[in-house]
Design a protein around this ligand. Structure first.
Ligand code: UD1
Length: 421
């Protein structure tokens, strides 16, 4: 077990380069199974979720070659199994994409229910509803989903999602790629990684239109060919560094970002008093003096992301006045970190799906525990901004989604160490 030890109170200064988007990578890498040929994927983040996924794919017969840091070649010509290793599948959330890709390419799949961060009950009924609409029989056991063609075979279909779901939108897009006929997904999610997945698949020969709007159309094709694709920068990693500078103070150029993807986050940090300068593919943030209180409501993209809820809560904990933070996607998400922040001196009152945060002059270092990925990121930010030493346990959660976090923060002047027990 390892932990982070942070001596807080240093402003952050310098430059940080953002890695490839986790939530795009964990969809695009399994999507390579749809391609009976070689895909070269660039800007792949070196994070534990990606490593697990590559192990799963290799175990299924995908030839995985690490060409250089951040570049992976996947050759799915000889996939030998439609039954990915359940122990590995249960280690992460996004393994559910294997259901869609295996159904599409082989007409069948037997996939264990996914694991990953359990900050809320995370049903996959909308994924399964989509597969059924595409003509699949779905046989569920307590911990498995088995998919095979129904009596009418697999075919395109019209699916209206009951909730806006990132995972269901991506899974149905993947499933529909090689299934004959047209599929239309209505009430689709619009996150940047959905557009990225569609761009990847279109580069490989798929016919997908409308990604990034609430109606996505997929015309099934017989096969996909290989190609090269570069994953977009990580919106949430970038947002986390921006929030860290806002909370700890400083002046940082955040490089390799798509500023448009960041508007929902930077507009809030500006409201709180940080200066934000957008360039073509970077953002400078300058934070001096105390932040101001604000109101944030999480929403699907282009709203404020639920994956930034915990990080903005740290900023609110240090702002003047009372802030309100409402969670509209995963209502139980506050429980993953608010009590830990309270141990550091934050004043947070949870009332249903709203946290009322009374800003404090200072947070103080404490021993805290990360309970999920973004909760862990928030504790890192709190540690950077707090007076004294913060020790964070369960950092494997953080390392699921943040490439080289120690190195990147140290380069900005932070005093953070990874200590092996
Ligand atoms: C993805 C992200 C996660 C992010 C979340 C919301 C990945 C690997 N993870 O998770 O980091 O926090 O989007 O932006 O990309 N829902 C259902 N039934 C379903 C699916 C979802 O009721 O079949 C509900 C969920 O409980 C939740 C909401 O829909 O309330 C949104 O979930 P969804 O967008 O699917 O999240 P994930 O794809 O699991």
């Amino acid at each position: 077990m390892a932990r982070y030890e942070i001596t807080g109170g240093q402003p952050l200064n310098g430059e940080v380069t953002i890695s490839g988007a986790k939530n795009a990578a964990v969809a695009i890498l399994p999507a390579a199974v749809l391609v009976a040929g070689k895909c070269r994927v660039e800007n792949v983040p070196d994070i534990s979720d990606v490593r697990i996924l590559l192990d799963i794919l290799e175990d299924m017969g995908v030839q995985v070659t690490h060409v250089e840091p951040g570049v992976v070649e996947l050759d799915s010509t000889n996939v030998t199994s439609t039954h990915p290793n359940p122990d590995l599948v249960r280690k992460m959330r996004a393994s559910y994409y294997l259901m869609g890709v295996l159904l599409s390419r082989f007409g069948e799949a037997s996939v264990a229910l996914p694991g990953g961060c359990n900050f809320a009950s995370r049903p996959i009924d909308q994924h399964l509803k989509g597969f059924r609409a595409l003509g699949a029989e779905v046989a569920e056991t307590e911990d498995y989903v088995n998919l095979f063609p129904g009596p009418d075979g697999l075919h395109g279909s019209r699916i209206s999602l009951d909730v806006v779901s990132v995972g269901a939108t991506m899974n149905i897009i993947m499933a529909a790629c090689l299934i004959p006929g047209q599929t239309v997904i209505e009430n689709a999610a619009k996150e940047p990684h959905i557009v990225d997945l569609a761009n990847f698949l279109n580069t490989m020969g798929a016919h997908i239109s409308g990604a990034g709007t609430d109606t996505v159309k997929i015309r099934g094709v017989e096969k996909l060919r290989g190609g090269t694709y570069t994953i977009i920068p990580d919106q949430i990693e970038a947002g986390t560094y921006l929030a860290a500078v806002a909370a700890a103070g400083g002046n940082v150029l955040v490089k390799n970002v798509i500023p448009k993807h960041m508007d929902c986050i930077t507009s809030k940090l500006q409201e709180m008093g940080a200066r934000v300068l957008n360039y073509d593919d970077s953002i400078r943030i300058i934070s001096e003096g105390r932040l101001r209180n604000t109101t944030v409501k999480t929403r699907p993209y282009p709203g404020f992301p639920t994956d930034m809820q915990a990080q903005i809560c740290v900023c609110m904990s240090l702002a003047s006045g009372v802030s309100r933070l409402t969670e509209n996607v995963y209502e139980t998400r506050f429980f993953g970190y608010c009590s830990e922040l309270q141990n550091m001196g934050a004043e947070i009152l949870i009332n249903g799906k709203t946290a009322i945060v009374t800003g404090q002059e200072k947070l103080r270092g404490a021993s805290v525990t990360a309970h999920d990925l973004r909760a862990g990121a928030a504790l890192v930010i709190a540690g950077l901004a707090a007076e004294g030493v913060t020790r964070i346990r369960n950092i494997h959660f953080v390392e699921r989604g943040y490439e080289n976090i120690i190195h990147k923060l140290t380069a900005l002047g932070a005093r953070i160490d990874r200590v092996e027990d």
